[in-house]
Design a protein around this ligand. Structure first.
Ligand code: GCO
Ligand code: MG
Length: 409
């Protein structure tokens, strides 16, 4: 089953997405996601100029061989641009193989290990009453696990908190990529943050009781000793996880955090290979693997990382913000359903325009996601709808401390 053509589609319904569509000589099509928030055109150019020409005429069934060819054959390895491009090819080929087999993709990964995929949503608020309202709204939507992010007194703009409620006042979900020619500047003060966050969790636990799984994202802003302190101060509130407590390029730093707290740790949304996890997994320094299928070389590579993690009782917590397209989300859901060491899936819900461009078979009901039973991934791209929303420059914000020093965002 030879590959006849491959097309890179950059569209911007609600936000930018980079999609690869591979077509075989038999007329089957497969989709892959290579969206790299704020750096979309780099991934698109890598695909268009360096990968698409290599795909034409290859056997679409040879997924592992194509993965190794793109990874090893480039000589230059790893990195988010390369791994997002490889992921797009990998996922598109799995889509094609599952369509050829007439099965939903999860069947080719070993079949379902569970009935549904527990998802967590993003509650946020500018103050405690707003965060409590946002949690209530998420509970009404069916969510059975909720991430808590709030503004911090003394800091003007904090990651994960909408500056104002969106139309209708019901959606506080934060869209970090801002469509503008230059990135927005935000501010940061770790001491103010460390003082405030435990008071927020105390209020949320008091209101909603001990059962509800609660999560929090530190978004890479702390040093190891600061992260250790936060983990310790949140222990009474029994978090499901504390995410990205430090910039974890230095995997060894996590030993220090781990020695001081039993709050479970999730790390990895900016990682892109198994090597980024080597120490973290082998020494059991984390509890959840946070990579996105889209940024980590696709289903083939993520399955290997998660199988490795399983030997150490580490579970999945696949990255699923709105900058992962519905194609990337669907790929995550097929994997979530099939693997044994599933933990939780992030699910932020895309906007209406995105859902018009990407028609999806996956569903969200009573807090559980399911990829659906359509052959393949279960996502189709409406090319005309995509063309109606051309690429729009957008950047993630960046942070400065009070004295003007750049800080991790
Ligand atoms: C998350 C992430 C996102 C990232 C975003 C960057 O936990 O979902 O931290 O909100 O900031 O994906 O592109
Ligand atoms: Mg995160």
């Amino acid at each position: 089953m030879k590959i006849k053509s491959a097309e890179v589609i950059v569209s911007s319904p609600d936000r930018n997405f980079v999609t690869l569509q591979i077509t075989t000589e038999d007329g089957l099509t497969g989709l892959g996601d290579a969206t790299l928030n704020g750096r979309e055109l780099a991934a698109a150019a890598y695909l268009e100029h360096h990968v698409v020409p290599l795909l034409i005429g290859r056997d679409a069934h040879r997924i592992e061989d194509t993965w190794q060819f793109l990874y090893r054959g480039a000589y230059w390895r790893r990195g988010p641009v390369t791994m997002a491009a490889i992921a797009a090819v990998d996922v598109a080929l799995w889509d094609i193989k599952a369509k050829a087999a007439g099965m939903p993709l999860y069947q080719l990964l070993g079949g379902a290990s569970r009935d549904g995929i527990r998802a967590y949503g993003h509650a946020s608020g500018r103050d405690i009453p707003e965060i409590l309202d946002s949690v209530r709204e998420h509970l009404e939507l069916g969510y059975k696990a909720i991430r808590i992010q709030t503004a911090v007194p003394g800091i003007d703009a904090v990651y994960g908190v909408a500056a104002q409620p969106s139309a209708g006042g019901t959606r506080y979900d934060y869209e970090p990529a801002q469509r503008a020619a230059l990135p927005a500047e935000e501010d940061w003060d770790t001491r103010a943050y460390l003082r405030h966050i435990p008071t927020v969790f105390e209020a949320v636990r008091n209101e909603f009781g001990p059962e509800l799984p609660l999560l929090h994202d530190g978004h890479h802003r702390m040093t190891p000793i600061e992260a250790a302190r936060l983990g310790k101060s949140l222990e009474p509130y029994d978090l499901f996880w504390l995410e990205d407590c430090t910039p974890a390029e230095n995997q060894d730093a996590l030993r220090l955090v781990r020695q001081h707290t039993t709050t479970p740790l999730a790390i990895g949304e900016v990682f892109n290979t198994v090597f980024d996890y080597q120490t973290l997994i082998r020494e059991q320094l984390i509890d959840y693997v946070r990579s996105a299928v889209t940024h980590t070389g696709g289903i083939s590579a993520m399955k290997k990382i998660l199988d490795y993690a399983a030997q150490y009782q580490i579970k999945s917590g696949i990255h699923g913000p709105t900058d992962i397209s519905p194609v990337g989300m669907a790929a995550a859901l097929h994997l979530d359903l099939a693997i044994h060491n599933f933990g939780i899936q992030e699910y932020m819900r895309h906007g209406d325009l995105t859902n018009e461009v990407f028609q999806q078979s996956f569903s969200f009901k009573d807090g559980y996601l399911h990829p659906g039973e359509q052959p393949g991934l279960g996502v189709e791209l409406d090319l005309d709808a995509a063309a109606a929303h051309p690429y729009t420059p957008a950047y993630l914000p960046f942070n400065r401390l009070k004295d003007g020093t750049i800080h991790d965002w």
